[in-house]
Write a protein that binds this ligand. Structure first.
Ligand code: SF4
Length: 432
């Protein structure tokens, strides 16, 4: 597999774009994780992987979408992004995940990328607005990787995304990116209606054939006003996703990302470890995109570094998530999350102002945390990279999840009663 991958990299990439990726995302990105680890040793958290929703608007209406896409448009301006990125750079960050809504509906998006040639941007997009000139401009800039979401065949795509003709427009955007030799990825939110079509070797082979360099299989989350919980994967299906990813990584010349497991196959949550957090279109600083509650904003006084390092809410969230489960606390213990949000006085950061009710209505369900059933990486390369740059950094070690995680609660082995919320010790900056 490694030789085939090396051949693809040498034959199919634009070498200027490849060089930019290796230096900025590869080397400088790794250094930002090393700085994150150093801060951890001082009990301080600043995420090297920041996800920024630059706009709420979108042309689609997906099932399970938590973004207020039909609310009045809100976007983070070019000026505000300059300040945000400058302050994150001061903390050593170079990588920024750009999400939405649909980011390419932001009129200043390409200018924002051009303002920061020393940074690398991964854009989560439906591909509908990536026409030929836009793809050509992205190639000129060289610091952007589009990650295009494909949610099923024609029929399923229209169903999942609430519009007609979705897949053909997405594939046109994908074609434009590949024609201009952008380092392009394809992602899927795996659910009941697309698992049999897209979690297949045939689909992986098709992506390679098209020239796609990486893929990402997210697991569907039943969020927002149209949660469609019936689309959620079962425990066995979540295990099938993990098994498939491990197999394909060891055999196929394409990179497969996942943010939910270390090299030994142990589950983890990137928000619980604080390696990534989210900023919403209104500037609210949130634990992750689907936990739409905040106590700080990028528009508040102070630097971004100070806001993250001193956020009592984020610290309380991380402690709760670390002490409750290695899986997704939103899926597994929405009850505890709601208690924490109310205790910390975190405000509902949505335009619809129904996020707390939605959380209250969520049932406890299993996520990928299946203690004793871990599936380790087969590929030594993924094991190595995760060993140094992506694991739990020992943050779950102090905790026993046998009475707090969903498998225990659902098996009736543990009371649903309130789990004592962690009492916070003042952070070093508070102590000083
Ligand atoms: S809380 Fe759940 S959705 Fe959020 S980062 Fe953790 S695992 Fe992912």
């Amino acid at each position: 597999m490694y030789l085939k991958m090396a051949k693809r990299v040498l034959r199919e990439t634009d070498k200027r774009l490849l060089w930019k990726f290796l230096i900025t995302m590869g080397i400088k990105g790794s250094l930002s994780v090393i700085r994150y680890r150093r801060r951890l040793r001082r009990g301080q958290f600043f995420p090297p992987f920041l996800y920024i929703s630059v706009i709420n608007s979108c042309n689609l209406r997906c099932q399970g979408c938590w973004v207020d896409v039909s609310a009045r448009q809100e976007r983070i301006s070019r000026e505000a992004m300059r300040k945000l990125i400058r302050e994150a750079r001061a903390m050593g960050n170079v990588f920024f995940g750009i999400v939405g809504g649909e980011p390419f509906m932001h009129p200043e998006l390409l200018d924002i990328f051009a303002d920061h040639p020393d940074c690398y941007f991964q854009v989560f997009t439906n591909g509908h607005f990536i026409d030929d000139p836009t793809a050509a401009r992205l190639r000129e800039l060289g610091n952007v990787t589009p990650l295009i979401s494909v949610e099923g065949n024609e029929i399923v795509s229209d169903q999942r995304r609430g519009r007609k003709g979705v897949l053909s427009r997405t594939m046109q955007g994908l074609h434009n990116c590949l024609k201009h030799r952008l380092l392009t990825g394809v992602c899927t939110s795996v659910c009941q209606t697309n698992i049999d079509d897209l979690l297949t070797e045939q689909w992986i082979d098709r992506l390679i054939e098209m020239g796609v360099f990486y893929t990402w299989f997210h697991v569907y989350r039943p969020m927002g006003p149209q949660a469609a919980p019936e689309l959620c994967l079962t425990r066995e299906q979540q295990r099938r996703v993990r098994q498939f990813v491990v197999e394909m990584r060891a055999r196929k010349p394409i990179a497969i990302i996942d943010a939910y497991h270390d090299g030994e196959g142990r589950a983890l949550c990137p928000a619980a470890t604080g390696i990534s957090h989210h900023i919403n279109p209104w500037g609210g600083i949130e634990p992750c995109p689907i936990i739409q509650f905040a106590t700080e904003s990028i528009y508040d006084e102070g630097t971004l570094g100070e806001k993250f390092l001193n956020s009592r809410f984020l610290a309380a969230f991380r402690r709760l998530a670390q002490s409750t489960t290695r899986g997704c606390i939103v899926l597994e213990r929405p009850d505890l999350l709601r208690e924490l949000i109310e205790r910390e006085g975190a405000r509902d950061a949505t335009a619809r102002q129904t996020a707390l009710q939605e959380l209250a209505a969520m049932q406890i369900r299993e996520s990928r945390y299946q203690p004793g059933d871990e599936i380790p990486e087969k590929s030594w390369l993924y094991r190595l990279l995760k060993r140094f740059f992506y694991n739990d950094f020992g943050l779950y070690a102090p905790y026993d999840h046998s009475t707090t995680s969903a498998p225990a609660v659902l098996a009736g082995e543990a009371p649903r009663a309130a789990h004592p919320l962690p009492v916070l010790q003042p952070t070093p900056s508070e102590a000083s």
